[in-house]
Write a protein that binds this ligand. Structure first.
Ligand SMILES: *[C@@H]1O[C@H](CO)[C@@H](O)[C@H](O)[C@H]1NC(C)=O
Ligand SMILES: *[C@@H]1O[C@H](CO)[C@@H](O)[C@H](O)[C@H]1NC(C)=O
Length: 251
């Protein structure tokens, strides 16, 4: 549908690249999107720096044992989250991915792409998010788990020891109806994606997923977040954008 909008626009606006596949309400959401939709000039004021800017919403839809998810979390996500902090990036983790659910006799039955152990991992991570509550507690825990190539229950044990987190309640939650319901919430969040996810990791930034953004985020997440954030650039961003020779001031 947006492709059609885009083609119509080619007739109206000078030099529209047909990379524009987000709804018009989101055209001014970042310099890159505005550019690909041919409305950069029209978006200029919306793209101005805002000293009261909200953090960039970064949501990762993933599943616990997928190799590309592990790689993204280990090589990009954790460092960027740690470097930029919560004022700049608002990270949401949704451990479900390509899993399926069916209403069973007792709660929901989950089937996971990488087998039963992946469902175990998803449930442990989902319970960690709910029970640890603070991102400063559960993000390092999940990062640690995703960095291990052992069974999720063992990884949770090791990471709990390493980070000084008592995992008893998390493990209990993961096999109880509480965990079952929490994982169902993750399924609902994943199934509500529009457009629906086609693979994992699936990255959504301020409600937008595009192939271009996803590809860039998988290797240069810091740059993507820096370009999207509208507040005064944190040191990590100004350094990065200066060295890459980008015009950052206007965006
Ligand atoms: C992030 O999401 C929250 C909640 O949906 C929303 O209020 C906020 O405006 C979003 N931030 C940005 C930068 O879009
Ligand atoms: C962070 O993201 C959560 C979940 O998407 C949202 O509810 C919350 O409002 C966001 N916070 C900010 C400061 O944007």
């Amino acid at each position: 549908m947006w492709t059609r909008v885009c083609i119509v626009l080619v007739g109206l606006v000078y030099a529209v690249s047909c990379d524009c596949n987000v709804p018009p309400s989101l055209w001014c959401s970042s310099g890159e999107v505005a550019q690909s939709c041919g409305v950069y000039e029209q978006c200029r004021s919306a793209l101005m720096r805002d000293p009261f800017a909200k953090p960039v919403n970064l949501t990762l839809y993933y599943e616990s044992l997928c190799p590309d998810c592990k790689q993204f979390i280990n090589d990009q996500l954790y460092n960027v989250w740690k470097t930029l902090g919560e004022d700049v990036v608002n990270l949401t983790l949704v451990p479900y991915g390509n899993a399926r659910e069916k209403k069973g006799l007792k709660g929901w039955d989950f089937t996971c792409q990488h087998g039963e152990q992946e469902c175990v991992g998803n449930l442990i991570e989902t319970c960690a998010i709910a029970l640890l509550e603070k991102k400063t507690a559960y993000v390092p825990f999940i990062y640690c788990m995703e960095g291990m190539d052992i069974e999720p229950a063992k990884a949770a044990q090791k990471c709990g020891e390493k980070l000084g987190i008592d995992i008893d309640d998390i493990m209990k939650c993961s096999t109880s109806s509480q965990g079952n319901n929490l994982e169902h919430e993750m399924a609902l969040l994943t199934d509500a994606l529009n457009p629906p996810h086609r693979y994992v990791p699936w990255i959504v930034i301020n409600d937008i997923h595009t192939e271009k953004m996803q590809n860039k985020a998988q290797s240069h997440l810091l740059e993507v977040i820096c370009e999207t954030y509208k507040g005064d650039p944190p040191t990590a961003c100004s350094k990065l954008l200066k060295s890459s020779g980008r015009i950052y001031k206007d965006l």
